[in-house]
Ligand binder design. Structure first.
Ligand SMILES: CSC[C@@H](O)[C@@H](O)C(=O)COP(=O)(O)O
Length: 343
Protein backbone atom coordinates (compact mmCIF):
# COMPACT_ATOMS: atom_id res chain seq x y z
CA UNK A 1 0.00 0.00 0.00
CA UNK A 2 1.21 3.54 -0.64
CA UNK A 3 2.86 5.44 2.22
CA UNK A 4 0.64 7.61 4.38
CA UNK A 5 1.35 10.32 6.90
CA UNK A 6 -1.21 11.97 9.15
CA UNK A 7 -0.65 13.57 12.55
CA UNK A 8 -1.20 10.29 14.36
CA UNK A 9 -1.25 7.47 11.76
CA UNK A 10 1.35 6.46 9.23
CA UNK A 11 2.03 3.66 6.82
CA UNK A 12 5.69 2.99 6.12
CA UNK A 13 6.87 -0.10 4.20
CA UNK A 14 3.37 -1.58 4.31
CA UNK A 15 3.19 -1.37 8.09
CA UNK A 16 0.74 0.64 10.19
CA UNK A 17 2.13 2.87 12.95
CA UNK A 18 0.11 4.87 15.45
CA UNK A 19 1.23 7.82 17.53
CA UNK A 20 0.79 6.82 21.17
CA UNK A 21 -1.73 9.33 22.52
CA UNK A 22 -1.14 8.11 26.06
CA UNK A 23 2.54 9.08 25.91
CA UNK A 24 1.91 12.61 24.58
CA UNK A 25 2.88 15.33 25.27
CA UNK A 26 5.86 14.16 27.30
CA UNK A 27 6.98 11.66 24.68
CA UNK A 28 6.47 11.24 20.93
CA UNK A 29 6.30 7.49 20.64
CA UNK A 30 5.16 5.59 17.54
CA UNK A 31 3.75 2.06 18.03
CA UNK A 32 3.61 -0.64 15.39
CA UNK A 33 0.26 -2.32 14.65
CA UNK A 34 1.14 -5.61 12.94
CA UNK A 35 -2.08 -7.45 13.76
CA UNK A 36 -5.65 -7.14 15.00
CA UNK A 37 -4.93 -8.00 18.64
CA UNK A 38 -2.31 -5.25 18.86
CA UNK A 39 -4.59 -2.63 17.30
CA UNK A 40 -7.51 -3.62 19.53
CA UNK A 41 -5.20 -3.21 22.52
CA UNK A 42 -4.05 0.23 21.27
CA UNK A 43 -7.68 1.29 20.73
CA UNK A 44 -8.86 0.07 24.12
CA UNK A 45 -5.91 1.71 25.88
CA UNK A 46 -6.73 4.95 23.97
CA UNK A 47 -3.29 5.05 22.36
CA UNK A 48 -5.41 5.41 19.22
CA UNK A 49 -8.48 7.47 20.02
CA UNK A 50 -11.04 9.94 18.69
CA UNK A 51 -14.07 8.79 16.74
CA UNK A 52 -12.75 9.29 13.17
CA UNK A 53 -9.26 7.99 13.91
CA UNK A 54 -10.45 4.72 15.44
CA UNK A 55 -12.38 3.89 12.26
CA UNK A 56 -9.49 4.86 9.99
CA UNK A 57 -6.90 2.84 11.90
CA UNK A 58 -9.11 -0.28 11.75
CA UNK A 59 -9.74 0.18 8.00
CA UNK A 60 -6.07 0.67 7.19
CA UNK A 61 -5.01 -2.39 9.16
CA UNK A 62 -7.59 -4.57 7.39
CA UNK A 63 -6.38 -3.31 4.01
CA UNK A 64 -2.77 -4.08 4.94
CA UNK A 65 -3.66 -7.57 6.16
CA UNK A 66 -5.51 -8.23 2.91
CA UNK A 67 -2.50 -7.05 0.94
CA UNK A 68 -0.25 -9.34 2.97
CA UNK A 69 -2.34 -12.28 1.74
CA UNK A 70 -4.91 -12.84 4.49
CA UNK A 71 -7.89 -14.76 3.09
CA UNK A 72 -11.54 -13.66 3.12
CA UNK A 73 -12.62 -15.72 6.11
CA UNK A 74 -9.95 -14.51 8.58
CA UNK A 75 -10.42 -10.98 7.25
CA UNK A 76 -14.13 -11.19 8.04
CA UNK A 77 -13.29 -12.37 11.54
CA UNK A 78 -10.74 -9.56 11.92
CA UNK A 79 -13.35 -7.03 10.81
CA UNK A 80 -15.83 -8.27 13.44
CA UNK A 81 -13.17 -8.20 16.16
CA UNK A 82 -12.21 -4.61 15.30
CA UNK A 83 -15.86 -3.60 15.16
CA UNK A 84 -16.24 -4.58 18.81
CA UNK A 85 -13.12 -2.74 20.01
CA UNK A 86 -15.05 0.30 21.29
CA UNK A 87 -18.84 0.56 21.21
CA UNK A 88 -19.79 4.26 21.24
CA UNK A 89 -18.18 6.01 18.26
CA UNK A 90 -20.21 4.99 15.21
CA UNK A 91 -17.47 6.08 12.79
CA UNK A 92 -15.80 2.72 13.47
CA UNK A 93 -18.91 0.82 12.40
CA UNK A 94 -19.55 3.12 9.42
CA UNK A 95 -15.98 2.74 8.16
CA UNK A 96 -16.06 -1.03 8.64
CA UNK A 97 -19.35 -1.30 6.73
CA UNK A 98 -17.53 0.22 3.77
CA UNK A 99 -14.57 -2.12 4.25
CA UNK A 100 -17.01 -5.05 4.31
CA UNK A 101 -18.37 -3.95 0.92
CA UNK A 102 -14.81 -3.87 -0.41
CA UNK A 103 -14.17 -7.31 1.07
CA UNK A 104 -17.21 -8.64 -0.83
CA UNK A 105 -15.71 -7.63 -4.18
CA UNK A 106 -13.88 -10.05 -6.49
CA UNK A 107 -10.56 -8.19 -6.31
CA UNK A 108 -10.99 -7.52 -2.61
CA UNK A 109 -7.31 -6.89 -1.92
CA UNK A 110 -7.17 -3.96 -4.32
CA UNK A 111 -10.68 -2.80 -3.30
CA UNK A 112 -9.82 -2.73 0.42
CA UNK A 113 -6.61 -0.76 -0.10
CA UNK A 114 -8.44 1.75 -2.29
CA UNK A 115 -11.33 2.07 0.16
CA UNK A 116 -9.14 2.54 3.25
CA UNK A 117 -7.11 5.29 1.54
CA UNK A 118 -10.32 6.87 0.25
CA UNK A 119 -11.68 6.96 3.82
CA UNK A 120 -8.54 8.79 4.95
CA UNK A 121 -8.79 11.32 2.12
CA UNK A 122 -12.50 11.80 2.74
CA UNK A 123 -11.92 12.42 6.44
CA UNK A 124 -9.34 15.10 5.61
CA UNK A 125 -11.83 16.81 3.31
CA UNK A 126 -14.71 16.49 5.82
CA UNK A 127 -12.60 18.22 8.48
CA UNK A 128 -11.89 21.11 6.10
CA UNK A 129 -15.58 21.56 5.31
CA UNK A 130 -16.60 21.44 8.98
CA UNK A 131 -14.00 24.10 9.74
CA UNK A 132 -15.25 26.41 6.99
CA UNK A 133 -18.86 26.09 8.18
CA UNK A 134 -17.95 26.44 11.84
CA UNK A 135 -15.58 29.39 11.57
CA UNK A 136 -18.44 31.47 10.15
CA UNK A 137 -20.27 31.06 13.47
CA UNK A 138 -17.35 32.38 15.53
CA UNK A 139 -17.60 36.06 16.37
CA UNK A 140 -14.47 38.28 16.51
CA UNK A 141 -12.85 38.38 19.95
CA UNK A 142 -14.41 35.08 21.05
CA UNK A 143 -13.42 33.20 24.16
CA UNK A 144 -14.31 29.61 23.34
CA UNK A 145 -14.44 26.59 25.58
CA UNK A 146 -13.69 23.07 24.35
CA UNK A 147 -13.74 19.61 25.90
CA UNK A 148 -11.71 16.45 25.22
CA UNK A 149 -9.56 16.38 22.08
CA UNK A 150 -10.97 16.79 18.59
CA UNK A 151 -7.96 17.85 16.54
CA UNK A 152 -5.49 16.41 14.07
CA UNK A 153 -4.65 13.75 16.65
CA UNK A 154 -8.21 12.42 16.52
CA UNK A 155 -8.75 12.61 12.73
CA UNK A 156 -6.83 12.40 9.47
CA UNK A 157 -7.17 16.14 8.95
CA UNK A 158 -7.30 19.32 11.00
CA UNK A 159 -9.95 17.93 13.33
CA UNK A 160 -13.58 18.72 14.03
CA UNK A 161 -14.17 21.21 16.86
CA UNK A 162 -10.45 22.04 16.95
CA UNK A 163 -10.49 22.46 13.15
CA UNK A 164 -13.15 25.13 13.65
CA UNK A 165 -11.05 26.82 16.34
CA UNK A 166 -8.02 26.72 14.04
CA UNK A 167 -9.76 28.32 11.05
CA UNK A 168 -11.42 30.93 13.29
CA UNK A 169 -8.03 31.66 14.85
CA UNK A 170 -6.48 32.08 11.38
CA UNK A 171 -9.26 34.57 10.66
CA UNK A 172 -8.18 36.50 13.77
CA UNK A 173 -11.40 35.84 15.67
CA UNK A 174 -10.22 33.79 18.67
CA UNK A 175 -9.19 35.72 21.77
CA UNK A 176 -8.69 32.56 23.82
CA UNK A 177 -9.64 28.90 24.09
CA UNK A 178 -10.52 27.54 27.51
CA UNK A 179 -9.35 23.91 27.57
CA UNK A 180 -11.28 21.56 29.87
CA UNK A 181 -8.79 19.05 31.23
CA UNK A 182 -11.36 16.24 30.67
CA UNK A 183 -11.15 13.85 33.59
CA UNK A 184 -10.58 10.99 33.94
CA UNK A 185 -8.18 10.45 31.02
CA UNK A 186 -7.18 14.09 30.56
CA UNK A 187 -7.45 14.29 26.78
CA UNK A 188 -7.86 18.06 27.21
CA UNK A 189 -5.03 18.60 29.68
CA UNK A 190 -2.59 16.37 27.81
CA UNK A 191 -3.59 16.49 24.13
CA UNK A 192 -5.65 19.63 23.44
CA UNK A 193 -3.42 21.82 25.60
CA UNK A 194 -0.45 20.53 23.59
CA UNK A 195 -2.11 20.61 20.17
CA UNK A 196 -3.42 24.17 20.51
CA UNK A 197 0.08 25.22 21.59
CA UNK A 198 1.56 23.63 18.46
CA UNK A 199 -1.04 25.47 16.37
CA UNK A 200 -0.29 28.80 18.06
CA UNK A 201 -3.85 29.21 19.35
CA UNK A 202 -4.01 31.11 22.66
CA UNK A 203 -5.25 28.64 25.28
CA UNK A 204 -5.74 28.34 29.01
CA UNK A 205 -6.21 25.07 30.83
CA UNK A 206 -8.96 24.60 33.44
CA UNK A 207 -10.26 21.72 35.52
CA UNK A 208 -13.69 20.59 34.30
CA UNK A 209 -15.31 21.90 37.47
CA UNK A 210 -14.20 25.47 36.69
CA UNK A 211 -16.35 25.93 33.58
CA UNK A 212 -19.44 26.96 35.55
CA UNK A 213 -17.84 29.87 37.36
CA UNK A 214 -16.13 31.06 34.17
CA UNK A 215 -19.51 31.13 32.44
CA UNK A 216 -21.08 32.96 35.37
CA UNK A 217 -18.32 35.58 35.08
CA UNK A 218 -19.14 36.09 31.39
CA UNK A 219 -15.79 34.71 30.26
CA UNK A 220 -17.09 32.11 27.77
CA UNK A 221 -18.71 33.18 24.49
CA UNK A 222 -19.40 29.73 23.03
CA UNK A 223 -18.72 26.04 23.65
CA UNK A 224 -17.38 23.82 20.85
CA UNK A 225 -17.23 20.02 21.20
CA UNK A 226 -16.98 16.97 18.96
CA UNK A 227 -19.21 13.90 18.83
CA UNK A 228 -18.94 10.13 18.90
CA UNK A 229 -22.48 9.47 17.69
CA UNK A 230 -25.40 11.64 16.62
CA UNK A 231 -28.75 9.85 16.98
CA UNK A 232 -31.83 10.18 14.76
CA UNK A 233 -33.36 12.80 17.08
CA UNK A 234 -30.15 14.87 17.24
CA UNK A 235 -29.00 13.67 20.68
CA UNK A 236 -25.21 13.50 20.82
CA UNK A 237 -22.87 11.12 22.64
CA UNK A 238 -19.49 12.65 23.38
CA UNK A 239 -16.77 12.49 26.02
CA UNK A 240 -18.06 12.33 29.57
CA UNK A 241 -18.53 15.87 30.86
CA UNK A 242 -19.98 17.21 27.61
CA UNK A 243 -23.56 17.03 28.91
CA UNK A 244 -22.75 19.07 32.01
CA UNK A 245 -21.17 21.75 29.78
CA UNK A 246 -24.34 21.81 27.66
CA UNK A 247 -26.52 22.27 30.73
CA UNK A 248 -24.24 25.05 31.97
CA UNK A 249 -24.19 26.75 28.58
CA UNK A 250 -28.00 26.62 28.39
CA UNK A 251 -28.35 28.16 31.87
CA UNK A 252 -25.92 30.95 30.99
CA UNK A 253 -27.39 31.54 27.48
CA UNK A 254 -24.14 30.59 25.76
CA UNK A 255 -24.21 28.88 22.32
CA UNK A 256 -23.26 25.21 22.43
CA UNK A 257 -22.03 23.78 19.11
CA UNK A 258 -21.28 20.19 18.11
CA UNK A 259 -18.80 19.79 15.22
CA UNK A 260 -18.65 16.42 13.47
CA UNK A 261 -18.43 14.71 10.10
CA UNK A 262 -21.61 13.12 8.73
CA UNK A 263 -19.88 9.75 9.36
CA UNK A 264 -20.64 10.31 13.07
CA UNK A 265 -24.38 10.30 12.37
CA UNK A 266 -26.38 7.12 13.04
CA UNK A 267 -29.94 7.35 11.67
CA UNK A 268 -30.62 3.80 12.93
CA UNK A 269 -30.15 4.89 16.54
CA UNK A 270 -33.47 6.52 17.56
CA UNK A 271 -32.17 8.65 20.44
CA UNK A 272 -29.42 9.14 22.98
CA UNK A 273 -30.76 6.47 25.32
CA UNK A 274 -30.11 3.86 22.61
CA UNK A 275 -26.44 4.82 22.15
CA UNK A 276 -24.18 2.19 23.75
CA UNK A 277 -21.99 3.88 26.34
CA UNK A 278 -18.62 2.34 27.03
CA UNK A 279 -17.87 1.62 30.69
CA UNK A 280 -14.20 1.73 31.60
CA UNK A 281 -11.83 0.51 34.30
CA UNK A 282 -12.05 1.78 37.87
CA UNK A 283 -8.33 2.57 37.92
CA UNK A 284 -8.93 5.55 35.60
CA UNK A 285 -10.97 7.20 38.37
CA UNK A 286 -9.19 5.96 41.49
CA UNK A 287 -5.98 7.52 40.24
CA UNK A 288 -4.14 8.61 37.13
CA UNK A 289 -1.52 7.17 34.81
CA UNK A 290 1.09 9.08 32.87
CA UNK A 291 4.77 9.43 32.15
CA UNK A 292 5.22 9.37 35.95
CA UNK A 293 3.75 5.85 36.13
CA UNK A 294 0.47 5.10 37.89
CA UNK A 295 -0.62 7.01 40.95
CA UNK A 296 -3.63 5.96 43.01
CA UNK A 297 -5.29 8.19 45.62
CA UNK A 298 -8.63 6.47 46.25
CA UNK A 299 -9.04 3.49 48.60
CA UNK A 300 -8.52 0.10 46.94
CA UNK A 301 -12.03 -1.08 47.70
CA UNK A 302 -14.09 1.97 46.66
CA UNK A 303 -16.76 1.13 44.06
CA UNK A 304 -16.40 3.24 40.91
CA UNK A 305 -18.70 4.43 38.10
CA UNK A 306 -16.74 5.26 34.95
CA UNK A 307 -18.73 5.80 31.74
CA UNK A 308 -16.46 7.08 28.95
CA UNK A 309 -19.22 9.15 27.31
CA UNK A 310 -22.46 10.93 28.11
CA UNK A 311 -25.43 12.02 26.04
CA UNK A 312 -26.36 15.64 25.39
CA UNK A 313 -30.03 16.00 24.47
CA UNK A 314 -30.75 17.74 21.18
CA UNK A 315 -32.69 20.45 23.05
CA UNK A 316 -29.43 21.80 24.51
CA UNK A 317 -27.59 22.05 21.19
CA UNK A 318 -27.46 25.38 19.31
CA UNK A 319 -26.13 23.89 16.07
CA UNK A 320 -24.71 20.66 14.62
CA UNK A 321 -21.83 21.84 12.47
CA UNK A 322 -21.29 19.12 9.89
CA UNK A 323 -19.35 18.93 6.63
CA UNK A 324 -22.67 19.06 4.78
CA UNK A 325 -23.87 22.22 6.53
CA UNK A 326 -25.00 23.62 9.84
CA UNK A 327 -28.10 21.84 11.13
CA UNK A 328 -30.36 24.13 13.17
CA UNK A 329 -32.44 23.04 16.19
CA UNK A 330 -35.57 23.45 14.04
CA UNK A 331 -34.18 21.15 11.32
CA UNK A 332 -33.30 18.60 14.01
CA UNK A 333 -36.88 18.83 15.38
CA UNK A 334 -38.22 18.41 11.84
CA UNK A 335 -36.37 15.08 11.60
CA UNK A 336 -33.34 15.82 9.42
CA UNK A 337 -31.28 13.28 11.42
CA UNK A 338 -33.82 10.52 10.77
CA UNK A 339 -32.47 10.06 7.24
CA UNK A 340 -28.89 9.32 6.18
CA UNK A 341 -26.76 12.41 5.54
CA UNK A 342 -24.15 12.63 2.84
CA UNK A 343 -21.10 14.81 2.25
C1 LIG B 1 -12.93 14.33 16.49
S1 LIG B 1 -12.98 13.41 17.90
C2 LIG B 1 -14.65 13.51 18.57
C3 LIG B 1 -14.84 12.63 19.74
O1 LIG B 1 -14.38 11.36 19.42
C4 LIG B 1 -14.13 13.18 20.97
O2 LIG B 1 -14.78 14.35 21.38
C5 LIG B 1 -14.19 12.15 22.07
O3 LIG B 1 -15.14 12.06 22.80
C6 LIG B 1 -13.06 11.20 22.11
O4 LIG B 1 -13.15 10.25 23.13
P1 LIG B 1 -11.94 9.24 23.35
O5 LIG B 1 -12.40 8.37 24.46
O6 LIG B 1 -10.75 10.04 23.68
O7 LIG B 1 -11.79 8.45 22.06
Amino acid sequence: MQSLNTTSLKIVNNQLWILDQQALPQETRWCLCPDVATLVDHIQALRVRGAPLIGLSASLLLALLAEQGMAREPLTLALHTLRAARPTAVNLMNNLDRMQQALDMTDYRRAMADEALRLVEEDRALCERIAVQGAELVKPGSRLLTHCNTGGLATAGIGTAIGVLLRAHQQGKVAQVWVDETRPLLQGGRLTAWELGELGIPRRLICDSMAASLMAQGQVDAVWVGADRIAANGDVANKIGTYSLAVLAHYHHIPFYVAAPHTTHDPHCPNGAAIPIEQRAAAEVTGAAGSFGHCQWAPDDVPVYNPAFDVTPAALISGWVLDCGVITPQQAKDGIFQRPLSA
